[in-house]
Ligand binder design. Structure first.
Ligand code: SF4
Length: 494
């Protein structure tokens, strides 16, 4: 990770939002929505609005609550706008990569918020630079902005977006402002989430439905893979354009396992329900009788309640208990330059409740193991406070490969499961037993075919054409350069 920060958890990179309202300023609704998406990125926060005449922008490093003061929101005029919270994926950790990215050009102004990661950004940057585009950052969002700006010189908005979609390859959910028009786009395989909500006086596009809830809105539906949604600039509705079709989708299964809020609905499923179902399947596949089932807070909780419920239905006397307390004032990541400090961080973040653990056989339920530091420390801590035995159960398959689609999973040589079998990992973390959930069970819990999921980090085969990595489908990155393809489109009103 950049800047010597380390996390033993996968880290989501970005949350995006866009709103179009009937007369009311968009800045405050965007600000509240960003608060609801704060878990998706803590490095920077920003809002771009348009008042019908000009674009206004405020982007700062830090948490949403620190990035905006009252006066900043007052100066963000206009009823349409987009927002972004970011943890950097492509591009360095500095304000030049903070988003929304905004630019003015011959045919108007553009603002872009991006969640995901392009895998052909370097080729596109070189192609655009060769035709005179100058870049101010090394991020992939600026590449999308320049490509779209170039296409807008020749095409209308819808065709310009389609042309750009035909050139960019990788994972993207975007909210875009073109002057006072707000758009939402999801990549043809729908890797990262994006949904539509209806507010009292307008419409919203957001990474997760929790951002709609916070504005007392109604969830309408997910944006479909390859779909462009254009919000009416008076907040009265939206138009839909299915611009690119792919044979299969590649939804990131880790959104349900870990990243998304449990109260969000992603690809039509409530994340909390999916996590409980994953926990039930974990019991079916790898249940072990023990005195107590303890979740690793916070995301392990729903898994553990499903696991314990299924165990009790099978007639076991297992008790579900909160045996680990989380210190909420330790951030997800902080400066930890050495392994020793990283290990200390686990004790700072999680403390076992001795009375719940002492003298008991304990099953610990977690959502994933990345480097293994947390799991090793947890097993040691639980034994230190008197656990008779510690059984680790993980609500996802083992992470064996990095993510190229916008999630920080650590590099291959840092992943404890890369090149090790389950017994070797169990030995490494010193648990009495260890089991992961199968890929089949994940697909079943999500109600999707494995062909419609991204499973890259647990299979090592990716749904995009990534240099040096195998793919799990018939897919190739587009040729960049040469003549632009025709961009015929048809739309529908909703
Ligand atoms: S590789 Fe893993 S974390 Fe990355 S998009 Fe695919 S499923 Fe999600």
């Amino acid at each position: 990770m950049p800047d010597g920060r380390h996390s033993d958890e996968p880290t989501e990179k970005c949350g995006v939002v866009g709103v179009s309202l009937d007369g009311r300023d968009a800045a405050r609704p965007l600000y509240y929505a960003l608060y609801a998406l704060q878990h998706r990125g803590q490095e920077s926060a920003g809002i771009v609005t348009h008042d019908g005449f000009q674009q206004h922008s405020h982007v700062e490093m830090g948490l949403v609550g620190d990035a905006f003061e009252e006066g900043d929101l007052d100066s963000l005029n206009g009823p349409t706008g987009i927002g972004h919270v970011r943890y950097p994926t492509a591009g360095s950790v500095n304000s030049s990569c903070a988003q929304p990215f905004s630019v003015s050009f011959k045919s108007g102004s553009l603002g872009l918020s991006h969640n995901g990661n392009l895998v052909n950004a370097d080729e596109l940057r070189q192609d655009l630079a060769a035709s005179g585009h100058a870049f101010t950052s090394d991020g992939d969002t600026e590449v999308i902005a320049h490509d779209l700006a170039r296409n807008l010189l020749e095409e209308d908005l819808i065709r310009a977006v389609k042309r750009t979609m035909n050139r960019i390859h990788g994972s993207y959910s975007l909210t875009i402002t073109h002057d006072d028009t707000v758009l939402g786009v999801r990549d043809p395989q729908g890797n990262r989430p994006l949904c539509i909500g209806e507010l009292d006086d307008g419409y919203i596009l957001a990474s997760e439905s929790a951002a709609i809830d916070v504005l007392d809105g109604e969830f309408v539906r997910d944006v479909n893979p390859g779909e462009l949604v254009v919000l009416d600039d008076d907040g009265g509705g939206y138009d839909s354009y299915q611009l690119v079709d792919a044979e299969n989708s590649a939804h990131c299964f880790f959104e349900h396992v870990y990243f998304a809020r449990p109260d969000s609905r992603i690809d039509s499923k409530l994340v909390y329900d999916v996590r409980r179902e994953l926990g039930r399947k974990l019991w079916e596949e790898a249940g072990v009788e023990s005195d107590v089932v303890v979740p690793v807070p916070d995301s392990g909780r729903a898994f553990a309640s499903g696991y314990a419920e299924a165990a009790q239905e099978d007639g076991t006397n297992v008790e579900f208990a909160e045996g680990l307390m989380k210190n909420r004032y330790v951030g997800r990541t902080f400066i930890m330059p050495t392994q020793d400090a990283r290990e200390r961080a686990v004790r700072l973040k999680l403390n076992p409740i001795k009375d719940v653990i002492e003298g008991k056989t304990v099953t610990v339920i977690d959502d994933s193991i990345v480097r293994g530091t947390t799991s090793t420390q947890l097993v040691e801590l639980l034994k230190d406070v008197g656990a008779e035995s510690v059984h680790m159960r993980i609500g996802a398959p083992a992470i064996v490969a990095p993510c190229y689609m916008g999630i920080d999973m650590a590099s291959r040589d840092e992943l404890i499961a890369a090149g090790r079998d389950v017994e070797e990992i169990r030995e490494e973390i010193a648990a009495d037993s260890l089991s992961y959930l199968s890929v089949d069970a994940v697909a079943e819990a999500l109600g999707e075919s494995e062909d419609d999921l991204c499973l890259g980090c647990v299979t090592g085969e990716y749904p995009y054409d990534i240099e040096g990595e195998p793919t799990d489908r018939d897919i190739a990155r587009p040729e960049v350069g040469g003549d632009q393809p025709e961009a015929g489109v048809a739309g529908s009103d909703d």
